[in-house]
Design a protein around this ligand. Structure first.
Ligand code: GLA
Length: 728
């Protein structure tokens, strides 16, 4: 039984974890415990003290040790004497911002339900859930806390449904997806993932501030390059392989915020959800608001252990079932090969080369539609530029298929260029302030997807292409941050809903398209990894990880990404050297090793390669196909710590049966008379002997994990070593 309800004690159990909540004597819902599994009632942990300036609810006015300001809570609200970060801020019709939620009922759920209009961890009819209803009797608000348990993956999901049960309007100024108070044994450090275009998801590990808070997130309209909706809490002594860590990942692609801080007595609160800046949602009588789902996990096997939980849940329960097994196509993308400069002949030549090298698909990137020879025009006009191509899109696709390749196409549906027929016809379809000049990004504006008519227009435009043309893959891009978030279709008092309604519009459009083309593979993209989140992964099983294709830069970007997301979701390609973003030259072998740890492909013009390079690429492709089962399904381990200053980066993937492991090491700095690179392997079977295919050495799993492995000194620019250890 993964969920137990006993005298107000609510316990959710996964294979290795326990999550516990308790209803107290005044109906306040307390968070009791989240950590390693035990069968106990953990509420003995909570102590109370009379603390100055921490007020008492009226019914407890004689009991000064009782304060909502110091007790651990499950879904804290604003205005009622808890001065820490609230999860919910509601405004009643009379302007009052006080909200006091008290327990009303709890019931078990069977069968996973997706949050309305939003993506959710999939589950099945047997997935166990818990619904707790809290009510504020004054402003007549019902708050449904909804939990589901994914036992095998050690994951608990949370989301919140807020219902107006009264007659008046209630305005939500903040509605987080989750909150947890760590009362005892609180984590002391937080890891968040910041970044920028071309350098996404850089982990920063810092102390949790005392008496204040760290708030990270995005107000860019997308989950963003700048702050991923994933956060980890851990202890000071947690390493990659040992110690406690707690993760919270939002399944959401829009504005988000993660707030973390320690209160006056050191208790730690984490609140995560839609970013409250610019969020204001009106709930009329009988209306509901549903928050995105948060995916929580705990591991006492260090950060690698936590990452493996997230990798499993994403592979097994987030991405579309048809993409869980089976190979993804190895593709050649036209972007860095020819940018906007192509026609059907040059594309067919690319396809021919790709085929002889052993690839599966040609992807035609930006520039094939409307008037689009650079990035200043054409977005919104989704019909092929036949003059530029020299043929129709259908003919081009047939010719590419005739070469034995699949065909993929780039689109950026959520945008509109000022210089486009669409904007000339419907200027009010752009997100713009009616009385100001718009903020322009990459010469474009954002199409207002909170509107049904724009969604319908895009649906009609895209199906008119997809119905007529053989297309197996779409790259779905989004190339600017939102500004002037004003919808011409919403009244003044609902403008605070635009950003979230936009994201609901994107999800709804993707849902409709995938209903019609269930086998279409969509790769998400937002100038690389600007919308790399579990919400998009629900629809797009892979996401272009970064516009920076330099293999050495990618070591950092892909390492940061690996904390939350499995290799099978990470779009990574081998590109030409000198690299177009950094000008750096890295050996083709190293570029291959790095790109292999993701959905593999190439982003270059093969006609410009030497015969030797082409032969090496053929071998890389064969190796990728051979290692695919390990790369796509195996257990991933980072072998170098965040805080270590190494001259190399290393990671390994172990097959689910632990009979094989692929160990990768890339030198980022080669020195004269250097130390020997050294690694301690992880995840092997200590009882087995493993043979290294490359050197023939035979070493036991126990030795490789406790003694480790020493490499020879390395020379040259950015050399890499890949070793395939196979059990004897
Ligand atoms: C974005 C993408 C690139 C490419 C260009 C095309 O930057 O991340 O991969 O598709 O757009 O304009």
């Amino acid at each position: 039984m993964s969920i137990r309800i006993q005298d107000g004690l609510l316990s959710l159990e996964t294979k290795n974890t326990l999550y516990q909540i308790k209803v107290d004597e005044i109906g306040l819902l307390r968070h009791i415990y989240y950590g390693r599994k035990t069968k106990d009632d953990m509420s003995y942990l909570i102590r109370q003290a009379d603390r100055g300036f921490s007020g008492n609810p009226y019914s407890k006015k004689e009991e000064r040790r009782y304060s909502t300001d110091t007790l651990p809570q499950e879904y804290p609200t604003g205005g009622a004497g808890d001065y820490r970060t609230p999860a919910l801020m509601a405004e009643a019709g009379n302007g009052s911002r006080t909200c006091e939620l008290r327990f009303s009922e709890a019931r078990q759920l069977q069968g996973k339900k997706k949050p309305e209009g939003l993506p959710g961890v999939r589950g099945n009819k047997k997935t166990a859930g818990l619904e707790i209803i809290l009510r504020d009797e004054v402003c007549r608000l019902a708050v449904h806390l909804i939990y589901y348990v994914f036992e095998e993956q050690d994951v608990i999901t949370r989301s919140v449904l807020i219902e107006n049960e009264g007659d008046g309007t209630i305005v939500l100024n903040k509605a987080a997806s989750m909150s947890i108070d760590f009362f005892c044994g609180a984590p002391r450090e937080v890891i968040h993932f910041h970044g920028r275009h071309c350098m996404e998801r850089i982990p920063e590990r810092i102390s949790i501030p005392q008496g204040g808070k760290l708030a990270v997130g995005s107000t860019r309209g997308t989950s963003s390059h700048h702050s991923n909706p994933f956060i980890i809490l851990c202890n000071r002594n947690t390493t990659e392989n040992e110690g406690d860590s707690w993760g919270c990942m939002l399944m959401y692609s829009g504005n988000h915020q993660e707030e973390i801080g320690a209160d006056q007595t050191g208790n730690v609160r984490l609140v995560a959800g839609i970013h409250p800046d610019a969020f204001r949602w009106r709930l009329e009588k009988g209306e509901c608001f549903q928050t995105p789902e948060a995916i929580l996990s705990y591991s006492n096997n260090g950060l690698n252990g936590l990452s493996r939980n997230y990798h499993r849940i994403i592979r097994e329960e987030v991405i579309r079932p048809q993409w869980r097994q089976g190979e993804r196509p190895i593709l050649l993308n036209s972007w860095e090969a020819s940018y906007f400069d192509f026609d059907a002949n040059s594309l067919i030549n690319l396809a021919r080369e790709a085929k002889t090298l052993g690839m599966d698909m040609l992807v035609l990137d930006d520039g094939w539609f409307g008037k689009r020879d650079d990035d200043t025009s054409g977005l919104g006009d989704w019909s092929a530029n036949e003059k530029k191509l020299g043929c129709t899109l259908e003919e081009l696709s047939e010719q590419i298929h005739g070469e034995g390749l699949k065909f993929g196409l780039w689109v950026e549906p959520e945008m509109i260029s000022e210089d486009s027929d669409l904007y000339r016809a419907h200027p009010d379809w752009a997100l713009t302030d009616p009385e100001r000049q718009p903020v322009i990004g990459r010469s474009q504006m954002v199409l207002d997807l909170s509107r049904q008519d724009t969604q319908d227009y895009l649906y009609a435009s895209l199906i008119s292409i997809l119905d007529r043309t053989r297309i197996e893959y779409i790259k779905w891009d989004f190339n600017r941050s939102m500004a002037n978030v004003y919808s011409h279709a919403l009244p003044a008092d609902r403008q605070g809903e635009t950003a979230h309604r936009f994201i609901l519009g994107v999800y709804s459009l993707l849902e409709r398209l995938l209903d019609r083309y269930p086998d279409l593979l969509i790769e998400g993209c937002s100038g690389g990894g600007g919308r790399f989140d579990a919400g998009m992964l629900y629809y797009t099983p892979q996401i272009w990880c970064s516009d920076d294709t330099d293999a050495i830069e990618r070591l950092e970007i892909q390492r940061g990404t690996s904390y939350g997301y499995p290799l099978s979701t990470v779009g990574s390609h081998v590109s030409a050297c000198p690299n177009h973003q950094t000008g750096r030259t890295v050996p083709l072998k190293t570029r291959g090793v790095v790109a292999q740890s993701g959905t593999f492909g190439y982003e270059l013009n093969p006609a410009l390669l030497s015969g030797e390079e082409k032969a090496e690429i053929r071998d890389q492709i064969k190796a990728y196909r051979r290692f695919y089962p390990i790369l796509a399904q195996g257990d991933y381990y980072r072998l170098t710590e965040i805080r270590e200053e190494n001259d190399y980066a290393a990671w390994m993937i172990v097959s689910p049966d632990r009979r094989e492991a692929l160990v990768n090491l890339v030198m980022t700095h080669v020195r004269a008379n250097s130390r020997f690179p050294y690694l301690r392997l992880q995840g092997l079977d200590p009882e087995r002997l493993y043979r290294a295919e490359e050197t023939g050495e035979v070493v036991s799993g126990a030795a490789l994990m406790s003694g480790g492995y020493t490499y020879d000194q390395q020379n040259g620019d950015y050399p890499s070593i890949q070793m395939h250890w196979v059990s004897e």
